[in-house]
Every structure is written in structure tokens, then in C-alpha cells.
Design a protein around this ligand. Structure first.
Ligand SMILES: [Zn+2]
Length: 357
């Protein structure tokens, strides 16, 4: 269904939404990081659902569980602080106040068979399904229930929680739109609160020293080796920089076309190869419209090559999802009249005659 033509929620509603998110994050004592994971997962699903208009959106617990797995996968690996790791400074971070969170123990169990998330999903499909089911049940019983009702006072602004419905939740009219439009603010706040929670958890503190970059460990770009994609990207880009088209030399770098800061997205179609100059100059900006068109064209042309190569290297590849994320990012930039970048170092306000990307 194309929701692009539906009207947006009113500005009053959008402000009410922001106030509510602020209240959610500040309110109640919480005993795990699930609340933040749930909010971030709702944002991701809203973006990938093209929820542009003022409509409701059903989200299954299984879909939320997939997002939880992505968020927690690297966090479930042993935490090693800085360079001076020794046996005392190795451990899996506690994500709640009691015994370890179920999400972490479920993920750890599968990680012991396969450390790469995408290979685990592909090669251990039964274990994956089982893990996802356990996590979906946990979301149903825990954060979905308590997110809006920390003191057992029922609130229903985001969705009406129904304990008997084990399939999922339906976001109220306009909520998915707001989640997708205020994603940056929600991501950044959740990451900060999440980091504080893990840092303040007494059971983790022996792992930290003054220089610990905990937020970096929890949320930095995934630890997958981007360099393994270089041969494929050289091939399909004819060994030229994606942006300035100059021949690539040694200083080539893999760039997230839709920046990681806008959407933490490691799907293969998002990667392009650029020289260091272009990569550094672009930073966290979107590239100008002609590059967006070039990126779409490249992905459609080389869809098969990108997918098969990347999957073999342990990446995820899903063209339709990448396209939705691209569309969302450029639509948002257009609404906000963001700056976009073009080589070598020019920024300008985004300009396009297209209504919908
Ligand atoms: Zn370049």
C-alpha cells in the first residue's frame, strides 16, 4: 500500500508525541535496557514500513524480535575494555538488574555456534527461529506491556496493549509517522539512556575504567569487516570513486551511502566505494539527488552480484529494504530542507521537483 499520499498528523499531534517520548524516557524506574531497545525497534520498523502518512501500523512481536537481535547481537559478545584487556576485564555486560537478560542469554547460545549474525541466521535457521520466538515472547510479556505503564497505570498513546494478543501490537494513527520522522532524536536519546543504564549497573563496573568508550562499544558501526566487500565494489564501480568518478587508488574506503548516523544500516546495497577525500568530505550528510539516482540505478543493475557476494561474506542484503530506507531518508531531507553534499566539498539545500522519491 502506498501511504505517501495520506496527510501527515497535525503539528499539535507531533508535539504531543515528542512530549510523550520525553516522558517515557524520563519516567519510572526500569530494570533492564529493553525499554530503549523497544523504542528503537519501533522506529526501525516504522521506517522500513514506509509509514509516511497518518495511518495505523500493525507490528508483529516476531518483527520486533528481529530488530532486538540486531541491536543486541554485538552487545552480547564479551566486552573487552580498551587495549589492556586481561582476564578480569572480559565479560558479557549485564543488561538488567537481576540475572542476565533473556535476550542476551538466547543470543549468546546461538553465538557459541556462529559469531556472525547473518551466517547464524542462514546456517542455523532452526536455532534462529527458536531464539526469535523466545525473544518475541519476552517482548510481549515485558517491554511491550510496561513501556507505557511503568507504574501500572495504563497509558495508550502509542498503542493499546492487549495481553491476550500474542501476535503483536498496532500503533495508533500517526505514531509510525512520528517515529519515522523523529528517528534521530529518539535514537540518540535511547542510546544515551541505554549507555547510562549499563554503566551504572554495579555488576558491570569492574569492566570499566576512566577511558572506557562504552557508548562506542554498544552502538558503533557493526564490527563486520567492510574491507571484505571491496573486491565486489571495485568490480561494479569499475574501480572509480562513486562520487567524483576519479580512478581509485590505495586510499579507497567503504562508505555508507545513507549515513550510519541516520539509519544504522549494514545491508549490502547501502555500501559504495569512495576515495578518502570524498568519504571525509561527505561525513554524515546525504549526497545530492543525482547520486541518489545513481545509487538506485547501480543497485538495480547489479542486484544479483551485490546480493550473492555480500551474503557469502556474512552481510545481509535486501534490495527492497535498502530502497525503502533511501526513500525515507531523502523524503525527510526534503521536508526539512537539509543540506546535501556533492564533490569535492560543496553543500547546498536539497532541491528536487520530484514529489515522492
Ligand atoms: Zn571521490
Amino acid at each position: 500500500m502506498n501511504l505517501s499520499n495520506l496527510p501527515a498528523p497535525t503539528f499539535d499531534f507531533q508535539i504531543k508525541f515528542l512530549k510523550y517520548i520525553q516522558w517515557l524516557l524520563e519516567s519510572g524506574s526500569y530494570t533492564s535496557t529493553y525499554k530503549f531497545a523497544l523504542l528503537m525497534s519501533l522506529v526501525n520498523v516504522a521506517i522500513e514500513s514506509e509509514a509516511y502518512g497518518n495511518s495505523t501500523l500493525f507490528i508483529s512481536y516476531e518483527a520486533l524480535a528481529e530488530q532486538f537481535i540486531k541491536l543486541y547481537w554485538d552487545q552480547a559478545l564479551p566486552y573487552i575494555h580498551d587495549q589492556d584487556a586481561n582476564s578480569d576485564s572480559l565479560g558479557i555486560l549485564y543488561q538488567n538488574l537481576g540475572s542476565q537478560a533473556i535476550v542476551i542469554t538466547s543470543i549468546s547460545a546461538l553465538q557459541s555456534k556462529q559469531a556472525n549474525i547473518n551466517k547464524a541466521k542462514m546456517n542455523h535457521a532452526n536455532d534462529w527461529t527458536k531464539m526469535r520466538k523466545t525473544i518475541a515472547q519476552t517482548i510481549h510479556k515485558n517491554p511491550a506491556k510496561f513501556l507505557q505503564s511503568p507504574e501500572n497505570v495504563e497509558r495508550t498513546f502509542l498503542y493499546h496493549y492487549d495481553e491476550k494478543n500474542k501476535n503483536g501490537i498496532t500503533l495508533n494513527c500517526g505514531i509510525a509517522y512520528c517515529l519515522a520522522h523523529f528517528s534521530n532524536i529518539i535514537f540518540k536519546l535511547c542510546q544515551q539512556y541505554w549507555t547510562e543504564f549499563v554503566r551504572n549497573n554495579k555488576r558491570n563496573q569492574h569492566l570499566f575504567n576512566q577511558n572506557t568508550d562504552l557508548q562506542g562499544f554498544l552502538f558503533k558501526q557493526s564490527r563486520q569487516n567492510l574491507a571484505s566487500l571491496v573486491p565486489m565494489l571495485i568490480d561494479i564501480q569499475d574501480c572509480k570513486c562513486f562520487y567524483c568518478a576519479k580512478p581509485l587508488k590505495k586510499d579507497m574506503e567503504v562508505d555508507h551511502f545513507i549515513p550510519w548516523s541516520k539509519y544504522p544500516n549494514d545491508t549490502a546495497h547501502n555500501f559504495v566505494l569512495a576515495d578518502r577525500g570524498c568519504n571525509n568530505a561527505k561525513r554524515d550528510y546525504l549526497a545530492d539527488i543525482p547520486f541518489y539516482e545513481r545509487w538506485q540505478f547501480r543497485n538495480q543493475t547489479y542486484h544479483q552480484d551485490i546480493t550473492s557476494f555480500a551474503i557469502e561474506k556474512g552481510f545481509t542484503a535486501h534490495l527492497a529494504t535498502s530502497e525503502k530506507i533511501g526513500k525515507w531518508a531523502y523524503n525527510l531531507a526534503k521536508e526539512n530542507q537539509d543540506l546535501v553534499w556533492q564533490p569535492p566539498k560543496n553543500f547546498k539545500v536539497i532541491e528536487t521537483t520530484l514529489d515522492v522519491f
